[in-house]
Ligand binder design. Structure first.
Ligand code: NAD
Ligand code: 2YG
Ligand code: MG
Length: 259
């Protein structure tokens, strides 16, 4: 799995504000409003304990500090423990955390200790970015393209199917394609087909995954993928509205889903 870098997370508050403004502009709701609609929840300063984790590739600079900024931005009352790992977990619980937020190289979770609910970042990220795509104000049909059907993309595609959209999907991984076709009923899409979309949800770890042929003039690309799958050149040429941000939107989705 591609891991975040400290550089990805520089000025996270600014990145988040910019993305939140973009979400409001293209959907009419900010990220908080979308979470409320998705999960029926609103934060009321619940205490969130953020535990740094040293296993595997270890601590990512700016990761815990960014989660602290993000949780506060969305209306939680968060803190980062001084100790990492098991000692940090103990410290968080002893300090009154209601929700634990922590990640190793494979799993980034939110666990609400008061109601037992637990969330995984990948599906929560897929669901909220797909939801944002589906709310595009200037959409000209119910067709939505999903590029990448992995751990983030698949649950996003599932969410779009459940919402009644016509979901077209692609992934070079044949077994994932099969699963999406048979379990979700998506329409397989070859990126070389000249069909234009006004809503695109992209969830791959690759650059330049979105070719010119699928971009309608004035469309939305909603993508958690790092690096961005849409080139700056194509964004300009097709007047594309872009929602992308490295950590905050997915974290908001996780935290709200466990309230
Ligand atoms: P994954 O490896 O499970 O899935 C990625 C999928 O993309 C794979 O199935 C792969 O075959 C497919 N893919 C690669 N190139 C493609 C192409 N050209 N066209 C179509 N499909 C292609 O990864 P994941 O866990 O789903 O994560 C996807 C991306 O989202 C990563 O960059 C990850 O770092 C990022 N992510 C971001 C956030 C956030 O908050 N912004 C949160 C979680 C994950
Ligand atoms: O506590 C720490 O600093 C580290 N153990 C955090 C490790 C996080 C690893 N995960 C990732 O980099 C991401 N792929 C998942 C985070 C979701 C936002 N992109
Ligand atoms: Mg995010």
């Amino acid at each position: 799995m591609a891991l975040l870098t400290p550089e990805d997370l520089e000025n996270i508050r600014k990145q988040l504000e910019k993305a939140d403004t973009a979400v409001s502009k293209v959907t009419g709701l900010d990220v908080k409003g979308i979470c409320k609609d998705l999960y029926g929840t609103s934060p009321h300063y619940e205490s969130v304990g953020i535990v740094p984790v040293t296993s595997g590739n270890g601590i990512i600079g700016n990761f815990s500090a960014s989660l602290n900024v993000i949780a506060d931005y969305f209306g939680f009352d968060s803190f980062v423990t001084e100790m990492p790992d098991v000692s940090g977990y103990y410290e968080a619980v002893e300090s009154g955390a209601e929700i634990i937020l922590m990640a190793d190289d494979h799993t980034f979770l939110a666990h609400n200790l008061t109601n037992g609910k637990i969330a995984n970042n990948q599906p929560c990220t897929g669901i909220i970015y797909a939801d944002i795509a589906s709310r595009y104000r200037y959409a000209d049909s119910k067709d939505v393209l999903v590029v990448g059907l992995g751990k983030v993309g698949f649950p996003g595609a599932e969410h779009l199917v459940n919402k009644g959209f016509n979901v077209y999907g692609c992934d070079p991984d044949k077994s994932l394609m099969k699963k999406a076709i048979f379990k979700l009923g998506i329409t397989p899409f070859d990126l070389k087909t000249p069909k234009k979309f006004s809503m695109i949800f992209e969830a791959t770890p690759c650059a330049n995954t979105i070719p010119e042929t699928v971009l309608a003039e004035k469309c939305l690309v909603s993508t958690p993928g790092i690096p961005c799958g849409l080139s700056g050149e194509l964004q300009k040429k097709y007047n594309v509205d872009l929602v992308m941000e490295p950590l905050g939107i997915g974290t908001a989705s996780m935290l709200n889903s466990v309230l």
